[in-house]
Design a protein around this ligand. Structure first.
Ligand code: GLA
Length: 343
């Protein structure tokens, strides 16, 4: 039976920059969603998952309102089916089993991993060939159709374009992706704050609107184009501009094999997300402090914030101490992006 896998992601640095046409530096991680799918002749997309008691059944040509599909876990797949139908996918049904090791609500893009794995299965069954960037766009659109959250493209693109042992420098304006090798001497460690994050219930859309309003006030297409001087008095916009600079500095340090600036950049990013963009929580702040106290080079919240996870860079020699003292910390590795895994 055809099967497809799609990884979750952690973002090393560059949060709330993607929808401002800025830069991000995520990586695909070794936690993934897998969709085993067989074609059905009756035009029905039927999904089962051990994580949910009820199966999902959708017309393969698309549902008029993905956001009101029941059971709720059918909303994102309904968005994926609809977004692919708009791109010319014929209404071919599938019978699919969904399994995932990406923790839900942990800020590691469980929903992007699910959407991407399902999109690949649906494209395969329907004989639709799309470039990775177009699959990412369809999955981003699916998220909006399913939840109303106007997310950026980072999560979907990272899941599709991941590269083993590398982070991805993504220019969210051109959508160019440059893999940047990660230093072997540093471990990537994530810890879940335990505060479940559901983007629809947070200030994500409000933050995005504030950024767009700031760019409009300056007469710019996006905050990507603003200078630090132009945004000095606006904390939300100031975060976006300073964070974009940090992403480029971080990527440059990686290219040069310089480990020293990385920890400082992570901590500056966290402070900016906490103080200027105001998307951190006391639990996330405490985790960052715990990582640093235990010997991490630096740490920051990763993803949208409002809960979710913290990422830390830890020198190999201090890894055991960090894992022993930070609750729920686990090592992740950068892996290749989404792909077919069976026949
Ligand atoms: C969520 C969104 C992304 C991005 C991050 C913040 O993960 O899905 O597009 O905006 O938040 O960087």
């Amino acid at each position: 039976m055809p099967a497809f896998r799609a990884p979750g992601r952690v973002n090393l640095i560059g949060d709330h920059t993607d929808y401002n046409d800025g830069f991000v530096l995520p990586l695909a991680v070794d936690l993934e969603c897998r969709v085993d799918a067989e074609e059905r002749g009756d035009g029905v997309v039927r999904l089962t998952s051990s994580a949910f008691p009820e199966p999902v059944e959708l017309p393969a040509g698309g549902t008029p309102e993905p956001a009101s599909v029941e059971p709720r876990w059918g909303r994102l797949p309904a968005g994926v089916v609809a977004a692919l139908a708009r791109r010319g996918r014929p209404p071919v049904g599938i019978e699919a089993e969904v399994t995932s090791t990406v923790p839900v609500g942990g800020g590691l893009s469980s929903s992007a991993a699910f959407a991407v794995a399902l999109a690949l299965a649906l494209c395969d069954a329907g004989g639709l060939e799309l470039e990775p960037v177009e699959v990412a766009r369809a999955c981003q659109e699916a998220e909006l159709l399913a939840t109303g959250v106007p997310c950026g493209i980072m999560d979907q693109l990272s899941s599709l374009c991941g590269r083993r042992d590398a982070a991805l420098l993504i220019d969210c304006r051109s959508l160019e992706v440059e893999p940047v090798p990660l230093p072997r001497e540093l471990a990537l460690v994530v810890a879940d704050s335990g505060v479940q994050r559901a983007l629809a219930e947070t200030g994500y859309a409000e933050r995005r609107a504030a950024c767009e309003a700031a760019a409009a006030r300056l007469g710019l297409p996006a905050l990507r184009d603003a200078t630090p001087e132009q945004v000095a008095d606006d904390p939300r916009a100031r975060h976006v501009v300073s964070e974009t600079g940090r992403v480029l500095d971080f990527a440059e340090a990686l290219r040069r094999g310089e480990v020293d600036p990385l920890g400082r950049l992570l901590l500056e990013s966290h402070a900016s997300l906490r103080d200027d963009f105001e998307v951190s929580t006391p639990e996330l702040d405490a985790l960052v402090d715990a990582f640093v106290a235990a010997g991490a080079l630096g740490a920051r919240l990763t993803g949208a914030g409002f809960g979710g996870s913290v990422i830390a860079l830890v020198p190999a020699a201090r890894l055991d101490a960090v894992l022993a003292s930070v609750p729920a910390a686990r090592v992740v590795h950068a892996v290749d992006g989404a792909a077919r895994v069976a026949p």
